[in-house]
Design a protein around this ligand. Structure first.
Ligand SMILES: *Cc1c(COP(=O)(O)O)cnc(C)c1O
Length: 342
């Protein structure tokens, strides 16, 4: 019952992705509470498996994670150095000259990394901005230069997209001659092959069983307790808006989860199913805040819980029914589920 998180599968996925980029160090991206699965536990398990570089989005996430990891683990903050932020024990990834110069003591022995924009136009220094501070950043008070220089790919999940090669060329041009480790690939970039690996790879979603890492082991099972079952006669409706009605006698089960738990309301009438030991039970009627209804007529007996995320319906398949992506399904997983770690 509840949300089962297979830590062993996360570790296996990390090792499998690391093995695809044997020339690079493998970091672990644990932003957004490790994509909803619990950053302290995930990061600690990956540390024990050998990971020493971790990425979060915000300094606050880094501060929350810091006590859970030994000192030799680097926690890198992708948003960089924001005004007034306490970065003790963290490695800001500086995204602009403004961030680089924000705190002039930054470069006096304090760790930092640099992010360059290679074409995505979201975060990172533009070529001209980088050229203007490059010498100073690399010299950065003699010996305490950037830990690494990174950029991020916009289309790595589409291997044939010409943006990949264009970003690779731009990143190479901007970093040529820098005697500093380089990092370009997230999960998708790792799968694009060795040209994209450089010195440090940054897998996120693939660790958690999501596409584009099609070979990932599944990490999450979400089992929702059945509160009640009822028989519905032909012509009776189910749920808000009376959007579904029975054409024949049906048995309906009501389970305890809804859009307040991060299950998209857009799943209503989408073809999505709940599963009873692998048997599909179509969701009928609207997803409401705390409840979902499913047609369990085909089951010989109704189990105590029905699965929404399971081997028959992994996160990306579920996401497809809602018109979204596995990343959003994971990071929306609600706080009301009881989480158990395998
Ligand atoms: C989120 C993120 C990652 C991880 O991406 P995945 O696609 O989840 O592997 C890596 N690098 C940066 C800059 C990110 O924002």
């Amino acid at each position: 019952m509840g949300l089962q998180i297979d830590i062993g599968a996360i570790v296996a996925n990390w090792k499998a992705l690391a093995a695809q980029a044997p020339g690079a160090r493998a970091a672990a991206v644990v932003k957004a509470d490790a994509y909803g699965l619990g950053a302290p536990r995930v990061a600690r398990a990956l540390y024990d498996a050998g990971a020493r570089d971790f990425f979060v989005a915000l300094a606050g996430e880094g501060r929350a994670l810091r006590p859970h990891l030994p000192e030799d683990a680097a926690i890198c903050v992708l948003s960089g150095h924001m005004e007034g932020e306490d970065l003790a024990g963290l490695v800001p990834v500086l995204n602009s000259a403004e961030q680089f110069f924000r705190d002039r003591t930054m470069r006096r022995g304090k760790p930092f990394a640099i992010q360059l924009d290679s074409g995505m136009n979201r975060l990172g220094m533009e070529a001209a901005e980088w050229a203007a501070i490059r010498a100073e950043a690399l010299a950065a008070d003699r010996g305490a230069g950037p830990r690494f220089i990174m950029s991020h790919l916009a289309c790595a999940d589409e291997p044939d997209d010409p943006a990949n090669a264009a970003q690779l060329a731009a990143f190479r041009a901007m970093t040529e001659g820098c005697a500093v480790p380089r990092s370009l690939a997230a999960t998708g970039g790792i799968l694009l092959g060795p040209d994209y690996h450089f010195d440090l790879v940054r897998p996120g979603v693939g660790l958690y069983g999501g596409l584009p890492f099609a070979g990932a082991r599944q990490v999450v099972r979400l089992s929702l307790p059945v509160i009640q079952t009822r028989e519905v006669r032909p012509g009776e409706f189910v749920g808000y808006g009376a959007s579904w009605s029975a054409e024949s006698p049906r048995r309906i089960a009501t389970v305890a989860a809804g859009y307040a738990d991060g299950i998209p309301r857009a799943l209503s009438s989408s073809g999505v199913c709940l599963y009873a030991d692998g048997l599909a039970c179509p969701v009928v009627g609207r997803v409401s805040m705390d409840l979902i209804t499913a047609d369990v007529t085909g089951l010989a007996s109704v189990p105590a819980a029905l699965d929404l995320i399971c081997p028959e319906q992994p996160i990306d398949r579920l996401a497809g029914f809602a018109g979204t992506i596995g990343y959003e399904v994971l990071t929306s997983l609600g706080q009301r589920y009881e989480r158990t770690y395998l």
